[in-house]
Design a protein around this ligand. Sequence first.
Ligand code: FAD
Length: 397
Amino acid sequence: MSKLVSVVVIGGSHAGLAVSHKLLRQTTRARITLINPSDEYYFNIAAPRFLVKPDSLPQSKYLYSIPGAFRDYPADRFTFVKGLVTKIDYATKSVSVGLAANSAATATPAPTHNNATSFSFDYLVIASGSTTPATLGRSGIQLPFKSTAFEDTKKVIREAQVKLSAARRILIGGAGPLGVELAGELAEVAGPKKVTLVSRSRELLEGATAPVQRAASSLLRQRNVEVLTEAAVVDAVYEAHTQTWKVKLSTGSTYTVDAYIATTGTIPNNAFIPKSFLNAQGWVNVDSQLRVLEDGVSRSDTYALGDITCHPYRLLSRVPLQAETVVANIVGEIEQGGKVRTYDAHAQKKMMVVPVGQSTGTGHVGGWTLFGCLVWFFKGRDFLTYKAPKFLRGEER
Ligand SMILES: Cc1cc2nc3c(=O)[nH]c(=O)nc-3n(C[C@H](O)[C@H](O)[C@H](O)COP(=O)(O)OP(=O)(O)OC[C@H]3O[C@@H](n4cnc5c(N)ncnc54)[C@H](O)[C@@H]3O)c2cc1C
């Protein structure tokens, strides 16, 4: 039998899981090594709901075992490594990995120093995604909008839930879908909470259609959320002695609140990626086949997909088609057949579905505005957690 081709996938979230499963299903000639700092798949999409309303969703709906999702494949075809890639070395075609204490790695990697190790590849897939200032605790209170490397996700979630439940005065900086969803959830929880949502632009939900922007604003105001437009947070300082945040706005006013939540900013997880792959903002340049561009030239051995690429609209809804593209092209090369697949970000329909509380919301699919009951049906009732098992198994299309 011919030797298995080694594919290393960096990042075990929505994009990395989709590529790994699809490769395992579509070719018997590849051995996959999936590397992620946590062995849990975190369905972060539902964070606005379960961070604010801990009893609304059990943890089993948004945290899943990654190794468990691969147990049906032959052992020689899949390895999960709990670790963080720190370097890609094209001279040896290998990645260096800082391992967590209890890594589940079962391969026989070449050992190196400092609790690090390396894994060689024929093909590399970069799916390391992005994080946010709030996730890192760099701006406002720390809230796990994305998973955090090597931290106990359950513990971080619990601490965030306690902080949000105790806060009486809350200011949210940023009125994109996440800011609006959080404001809607917070407005519904018990206790006398005063919620303020600050939008830099004249309307909420920049990029949405005008009726959707108006609906978001009106639904929040009906729920006594204070909506400030054409205002930006210019400074936010935590005062330990009063345990409050002083938040200065561009309008000149200052708010004193128990919790300041920053919902803006997307940070690429690119510390290990060669600079020659990155655009000026730090995202990975890719060609239409999703092959990585190094100084403008396509690499034949490296692909990227999901949030980490230079493509606009960093959305989960974009991941399945990107994963199909990457897998079709790798399988085509391994099996030496099949048509080259291309991906066009602009050809995918634009949509936004934004629950405002448990039972209503707003949104659009292309130019069609969604009624509140449809937003409830598609997302608001359980924040898409019914889809999480499909994303976990790479079955979502
Ligand atoms: C709160 C919130 C709600 C959202 N809601 C929606 C929504 O309703 N609909 C929608 O379409 N999109 C939504 N999004 C966007 C969606 O979360 C992203 O598009 C999606 O997570 C992208 O998936 P990904 O796998 O590319 O990256 P990520 O989910 O960012 O995952 C990257 C993975 O790579 C790992 N990683 C990073 N660095 C390394 C390394 N060096 N070595 C190994 N592993 C590494 C990370 O730990 C992580 O597990 C939301 C985003 C947020 C923050």
